[in-house]
Design a binder for this molecule. Structure first.
Ligand SMILES: Cc1cc2nc3c(=O)[nH]c(=O)nc-3n(C[C@H](O)[C@H](O)[C@H](O)COP(=O)(O)OP(=O)(O)OC[C@H]3O[C@@H](n4cnc5c(N)ncnc54)[C@H](O)[C@@H]3O)c2cc1C
Length: 471
């Protein structure tokens, strides 16, 4: 695509402020994201503080320029980058990184939206604190609030909404109104809880400039094991048994299909297959965590002894169990996304299902894909303990491109419709954006869409803010 950059930089610098406009040679970095076509920005700005951010919003509202709030650019639904029209202003939070408050005794941090998850954890670690959301990327706080990030430890710690105590937002009105509710306490019902609306809104309900976040204790020890399943049918039974057996110690339960693991083994010579007999049909990673020190509780022994009795239970159809050190078990799990991208184009579907429905859903679609889209390699994985399934299909690079975009769209939609009919979610944790805009319009009830538009008209009267919702 030839980029159309009609407005001279000098004019943009005058309009937005010379210190704020990003050097044009670097715009490509802000226009390309994960699993989406690169866009074409009208301008890319990176304000250094909230007042500069407000002045950008004011300018965009005055000139009716659409804004794309951008954090760490790890979003997976295409909402973090501009479209290809050359009309959108990318507003990066990468320079908004102040920590406004940190209290080890309250376990609370108030951070500006550009601070990264890794920054929060680095600050908390010496005080035994962390933000208990774990994923294979390093997102910004604003992006995490806006997408309501889930991650591998949602079972234990919840997602971003459960950690959000309050927020500071900028409305896309003529004044760029600033609304601040950043509590330094964990309990505060003196406000109506509007920040819950911002969580998961993808920036639609206001530009998040800061957030107050509750932190979690860092575990003193973790134990992990990999369980090989002959069939996925037993998953609901297994997850129920793990929850009952380990209670609050259970911190993660992740599923990996043979397709996903084989992709890792193809691309990562340093990762060995965990089971002596080969790659099982499905592998489940189980993690226990506790703040209790090992001299008081031997977590590895507890994990192993209870798993051994599950192994003996024929109803669970477990082929093998290996106790792997956390770095090895998670090394395999976190290598999947990058390995799939090396294998081909990833058609990512981030769904969740009631666990009882998940195995049959997968089997049905495995058969349908083999019959209807033979080029699609099913490489699913995900947070199966909470019903999460990254139902990812890979189109190997060698496959011919002809006629495939229609079949991809058709398959995407058919899968999402079935998930919806089963009362699951077509966007479990990655949020809303161009990648699922069509399906949002088709599946979210009209009265709900009307309600959302009415709410949005208050915070963003000219519909300029964010690409999360369909325009
Ligand atoms: C390898 C990999 C693994 C991942 N694993 C998981 C996972 O396990 N669980 C999970 O939930 N997600 C996962 N993700 C997705 C992604 O990391 C999350 O969606 C993340 O929260 C996005 O944060 P970000 O800072 O990168 O936001 P961006 O990608 O920059 O933006 C995402 C959305 O938030 C909006 N936004 C960003 N900042 C602001 C702001 N300050 N105010 C208003 N709106 C804003 C953007 O406009 C966009 O709509 C993964 C991504 C990758 C690449």
């Amino acid at each position: 695509m030839t980029k159309n950059r009609p407005v001279p930089l000098k004019i943009l610098m005058k309009a937005f402020g010379a210190e704020i406009v990003v050097d044009r040679d670097r715009w490509n970095e802000f226009e390309s994201g994960w699993r989406c076509k690169p866009g074409n920005a009208f301008c890319v700005v990176a304000p250094r503080n909230v007042e500069e951010l407000r002045s950008v919003v004011r300018k965009c509202v005055a000139d009716r320029l659409p804004l794309v709030p951008q954090g760490a650019l790890t979003g997976l639904v295409g909402a973090s980058v501009p479209d290809d029209t050359g009309t959108m202003v990318v507003v990066s939070t990468q320079r908004l990184k102040s920590v406004r408050h940190f209290s080890a005794c309250d376990g609370i941090i108030v951070a500006e939206s550009g601070l990264r998850l890794s920054d929060v954890n680095a600050l908390g670690l010496p005080h035994g604190l962390m933000l208990g959301i774990d994923l294979g990327a390093d997102p910004s706080i604003g992006g995490m609030v806006s997408t309501n990030t889930g991650g591998s430890r949602l079972l234990r710690y919840g997602g971003m909404r459960q950690h959000l105590l309050g927020a500071e937002i900028i409305l896309a009105d003529a004044d760029a109104t600033l609304i601040t509710h950043l509590p330094l306490v964990r309990k505060d019902n003196s406000h109506i809880g509007w920040s819950n609306l911002v969580a998961g809104a993808g920036g639609s309900f206001g530009f998040v400039s800061a957030a107050s976040i509750a932190l979690d204790p860092v575990p003193a020890q973790q134990a992990t094991a990999l369980i090989a399943l002959e069939t996925l049918d037993v998953l609901p039974l297994l997850v129920g048994r793990l929850r009952m057996t380990y209670g609050e110690l259970l911190s993660a339960c992740e599923g990996m299909s043979s397709g996903a693991i084989e992709a890792v083994l193809r691309h990562r010579a340093d990762i060995r297959q965990p089971f002596a007999f080969g790659v099982p049909n499905y592998t489940v990673l189980v993690e226990l965590s506790t703040s209790v020190e090992p001299d008081m509780l031997d977590l590895d022994a507890l994990l192993l002894s209870k798993l051994a009795s599950m192994f003996d239970d024929a109803a669970l159809a477990i082929s093998d169990i290996v106790v792997a050190p956390p770095e090895k078990a998670w090394g395999l799990r976190h290598a999947i996304s990058a390995a799939l991208a090396l294998d081909g184009d990833v058609i990512g579907l981030d769904v969740s299902l009631p666990l009882e429905q998940l195995p049959a859903f997968r089997e049905r679609w495995k058969a349908r894909l083999a019959a209807e889209v033979p080029w699609a390699r099913l490489c699913d994985f995900g947070h199966c303990g909470d019903g999460g399934l990254h139902f990812n299909l890979v189109r190997p690079h060698a496959t011919a491109m002809s006629d495939q975009s229609d079949s991809i769209q058709y398959i995407r939609e058919a899968i999402c419709r079935e998930v919806n009919a089963l009362e699951g979610s077509f966007s479990a944790e990655h949020g809303l954006g161009p990648a699922n805009a069509q399906i949002y319009s088709a599946l979210i009830p009209a009265c709900e869409q009307k309600f959302v538009r009415a709410m949005k008209s208050i915070v963003d009267p000219y519909a300029l803010l964010s690409r999360a919702l369909p325009r």
